[in-house]
Design a protein around this ligand. Structure first.
Ligand code: ACO
Length: 401
């Protein structure tokens, strides 16, 4: 047998793959993605079927536990999520310490990490009961604190989980209900949110998921690993793109609405500007989620009767880019974030909250990937490097430098 360590010591051979464009970091049975064909499946079920026939909590169960739940299983899951939904009152002191203007993703990462302090029990990954309890706790407490980041920014009192409501209904009430006004859930809004959560639920080894796995590979806890995932998701090249899309569309509108000018900026290699919401590391064909969400965006805008000049710019930009040889040759299609931002805006969700919405949707994926990594007893993640610094140098005393 070859001693890999000895061989490496002799040859210095290391695979160099910046951005991990061609490196598989793990074996996973959760999500199948074919970027050339534009196929996405969770646990073998097509994203189209799941988006049209299932719902977010069922999909979360599927992703985390591997099978679609029976009626009894989903009822129990929902009940167990409720059981752990109370967030320690002292967490409110932490959120009170943030300025109202703080970005909700920064607050969410901090609060998620703080959950570790209030729930210090170490999860024994070999024990099914421990894992199940950790899953339910994370599903409920994360949802509550995610909505608190919005309420904090608005100056609203913080809401509690309502044990008589479903998961997505709870999300809407936690976010939007205020004591002085009755809050009615609009089915169009609820369906759109549920679908968006389903479409974001997992996406194999993307930046935030890889982060969750690598942090968890040191046996850091679930809340700590997910907090790291939130930070990774925040960046504009990943989940933060949905916020960046809307900011870009507003900038185009404020600058006279000239879509071609911005297409040219994106094509100019001297200009760092990129068309936000276009392109994807893996999809070199239309993102299948974008197809579904584009239709949902049309439905929501139609049903809510939204008339918004920024959304008109989005349509113009999309049409122009899809015809432009620069984007066509590089297979730069609109990705899921291009349309999700449009729906969130139509639903009245403030731009800074868009990435938090993504995080709520991605939560089951992060949990499932962390659980899979621990159950498979994966080794600690520890990439190597190609050293390009100085060779051995003689130390120079400070007086001689
Ligand atoms: N606008 C203009 N040009 C682009 C864009 C864009 N949005 N995306 C890629 N390109 C160009 C690159 O300049 C490069 O051109 P070149 O071959 O002439 O040098 C070519 O297309 C390939 O791009 P890469 O950067 O190599 O692709 P990579 O896989 O590294 O990046 C990424 C993928 C980060 C998503 C990129 O397309 C991008 O920055 N898009 C905008 C941000 C965005 O929408 N992110 C959300 C991704 S989806 C998600 O996280 C849920």
């Amino acid at each position: 047998a070859i001693d890999v360590l000895k061989l490496r010591a002799l040859t210095g051979a290391i695979t160099y793959d910046p951005g991990y464009k061609n490196s598989g970091s793990c074996k996973s049975a959760i999500t199948y993605l074919d970027g050339e064909e534009g196929i996405l499946r969770y646990r073998g079920y097509s994203i189209e079927d799941l988006a049209n026939k299932s719902n977010f909590l069922e999909v979360a169960y599927l992703i985390i536990f591997g099978e679609l739940p029976t009626k009894e299983q989903i009822e129990l899951f929902e009940k167990d999520i409720r059981k752990y939904s109370l967030v320690d009152e002292e967490m409110k002191n932490i959120i009170d310490g943030f300025p109202k203007t703080a970005h909700p993703m920064g607050v969410l990462a901090s609060l998620t990490s703080a959950l570790t302090a209030f729930n210090p029990k170490v999860v024994n990954a070999e024990c099914e009961k421990d894992l199940y309890e950790a899953v339910c706790k994370t599903m409920s407490k994360f949802l509550v604190i995610a909505t608190w980041t919005y309420r904090k920014a608005k100056g609203y009192p913080l809401n509690y989980y309502d044990n008589t409501q479903s998961y997505v209904d709870n999300f809407l009430r936690l976010m939007f209900s205020i004591p002085t006004q009755p809050y009615e859930i609009d089915p169009v809004v609820k369906n759109a949110i549920d679908k968006l959560f389903v479409l974001h639920a997992d996406h194999e080894q993307n930046c935030s998921t890889s982060t969750v796995r690598i942090v968890g590979s040191s046996h850091a806890g679930l809340f700590a690993s997910i907090s790291a995932g939130v930070s990774a998701l925040w960046g504009p090249l990943h989940g933060g793109a949905n916020q960046a899309v809307l900011e870009m569309l507003e900038a185009i509108q404020n600058d006279g609405g000239d879509v071609e000018k911005y297409l040219n900026k994106a094509k100019d290699k001297e200009d760092p500007f990129r068309l936000m919401g276009f392109g994807h590391r893996v999809y070199k064909n239309f993102d299948p989620r974008a197809r579904i969400i584009k239709k949902a965006a049309d439905d929501v805008l139609g049903k809510l009767g939204v008339d918004d000049p920024v959304l008109e710019i989005a349509k113009k930009l999309e049409a122009a880019a899809l015809k432009d040889p620069y984007f066509v040759e590089r297979h730069l299609y609109p990705n899921v974030d291009f349309y999700s931002g449009i729906i969130y805006r139509a639903l009245g969700i403030p731009t800074e909250m868009f990435t938090v919405m993504f995080a709520i949707g991605r939560l089951p994926g992060w949990i499932a990937q962390w659980k899979e990594m621990r159950i498979n007893k994966e080794p600690i993640g520890r990439p190597r490097q190609v050293y390009v610094g100085e060779p051995l140098r003689e130390f120079v005393p400070i007086d001689n430098r």
